[in-house]
Design a protein around this ligand. Structure first.
Ligand code: HAM
Length: 432
């Protein structure tokens, strides 16, 4: 493997900054997560929706919000030859709502439960756990504002991480109010921060004009200190938002989901109303990166041209989940790992083995082979490396006798069986 510097000096191509290749040996994590996501999604009645990677730029300016970091700094925008302004999608939620309105999904029975997995693109400062191309599993429930749905969605997230064998995960949760109560809270915040403007970081001084709620989760030391004294969202909710939030928490208690109330959690997307949440590994809550996050959005569908309709959803960061599974040394088994290695010797052995490989594959036995290697040693070495429990050996003699040798790779013991019995024999052994 040559270094980045060497490749550059030789004018070789590289993956663009912030993107990476997922190598074959890594795929086992991605496959497993996608499998668990699909299984959990189906068990809660979610249907899959795939939207294009390219969308109109305006969809995110209007949907995600023109003053958000995503829209201001992170979108990959392009102008097509026909003059359209498109972007590589930076998130799923506005795209789901566009499809909901465009494809007549709004006339189906509600609530509509939709999910997907796929790549997203954000021109972020690249660092560990933060990539310019990342993948999310995205879940949305559209059409109802019942707080039970907020809680059940958080349960869906926990069912996915639980299905992957991860423990010590905690939800951080807050309510950021609605159209009724937020303007007054916003005013209160602006008054508060205006008095201490000189102490704020440069970004927050700018944000104060456009998006004062975002000041609450600033990580700059100066702002963190000031935020100890800021008026809190939950003390400024209207009765409807207060009751909604109280119910969400009661449902979470009922589901025994561990959560922390975090009054500084506002999330960086403009469409949220009422519940917002993030899911974190317990030991790093707030320090590194959330495994996922989401919330309720009761105005977005109207903003994008539909009728007043509620929604709630979350995005789970698959890259971050992969990193976390690896850090925790969680064993991920792959159903596609072979259990048999087929060794062939001699021209006739190779021919018969080629046919036997097909028979085994059709019988759903996961089999590996190296038909281009001719020595027994080389092939058994590969079988060893793959850690298969059994090898099948088919040489000239076996080909003529219509038999095959089953070798137990651990003990080295061998048994000769007839071809027509080999599948039954293998199934018996692999099951054990
Ligand atoms: P988000 O918080 O921007 O929410 O992203 C969700 C999750 O995606 C994050 O918690 C993180 O795990 C992962 N993620 C985000 N950016 C990156 C990155 N650059 N590299 C690696 N992982 C990343 C949304 O996208 C909302 N659309 C979620 C939602 C759905 N809200 C309602 N419905």
């Amino acid at each position: 493997m040559s270094s980045k510097k060497e490749r550059k000096s030789k004018n070789m191509f590289q993956a663009p900054k912030g993107t990476r290749d997922i190598l074959p040996e890594e795929q086992i994590y991605w496959e497993k997560i996608r499998q668990v996501v699909q299984k959990v999604a189906k068990s809660y009645g979610f249907e899959r929706l795939d939207t294009p990677i390219l969308e109109e730029e305006g969809l995110f300016i209007k949907g995600t919000g023109s003053s958000t970091d995503i829209v201001q700094k992170e979108m990959y925008s392009l102008k097509t030859k026909g003059g359209d302004r498109l972007v590589l999608r930076p998130e799923f939620t506005p795209a789901f709502i566009r499809a909901y309105l465009e494809d007549g999904l709004s006339s189906r029975p509600h609530p509509l439960k939709l999910y997907t997995t796929g790549p997203l693109f954000r021109y972020e400062r690249s660092q560990k756990g933060r990539y310019r191309q990342h993948e999310q599993a995205n879940f949305e429930i559209i059409g109802e504002n019942d707080p039970v749905l907020d809680a059940q969605l958080i349960q869906v997230f926990f069912s996915i991480v639980g299905g992957l064998g991860l423990k010590d995960i905690v939800a951080q949760i807050n309510s950021i109010g609605c159209r009724q109560c937020r303007p007054a809270y916003r005013k209160k915040l602006v008054n508060f921060y205006n008095k201490r403007k000189g102490e704020l970081c440069f970004d927050c001084q700018k944000r104060l004009r456009q998006n004062p709620l975002r000041l609450l989760d600033c990580k700059d030391d100066r702002c963190v200190l000031i935020n100890e004294e800021t008026p809190q969202t939950i003390d400024n909710l209207c009765l409807d938002c207060h009751n909604h939030f109280k119910n969400v928490l009661e449902y979470l208690d009922e589901l025994e989901i561990p959560y922390i109330l975090n009054s500084r959690l506002v999330r960086g997307l403009d469409y949220y109303t009422k519940t917002v949440f993030e899911i974190w590994p317990e030991e790093e809550a707030g320090r590194q990166s959330a495994l996922g996050g989401g919330g309720r959005y009761d105005n977005l569908i109207k903003i994008l041209g539909g009728k007043e309709t509620s929604g709630v959803g979350f995005g789970l960061g698959i890259d971050r989940l992969v990193n976390f599974i690896k850090e925790k040394n969680i064993k991920v088994s792959s159903e596609s790992l072979p259990s048999i290695f087929l060794v062939q010797l001699g021209e006739l052995g190779k021919k018969k083995a080629l046919k036997l490989f097909e028979d085994l594959r059709r019988a759903n036995i996961k089999v590996a082979s190296q038909f281009s290697k001719n020595t027994m040693n080389a092939q058994l070495k590969s079988a060893d490396k793959m850690k298969v429990p059994f090898a099948l050996i088919l040489g000239q003699k076996e080909a003529l006798d219509g038999t095959v040798i089953i070798r137990d790779m651990k003990s080295g013991s061998q048994e000769t069986v007839l071809w027509e019995k080999v599948i039954k024999e293998l199934k018996k052994r692999v099951k054990k």
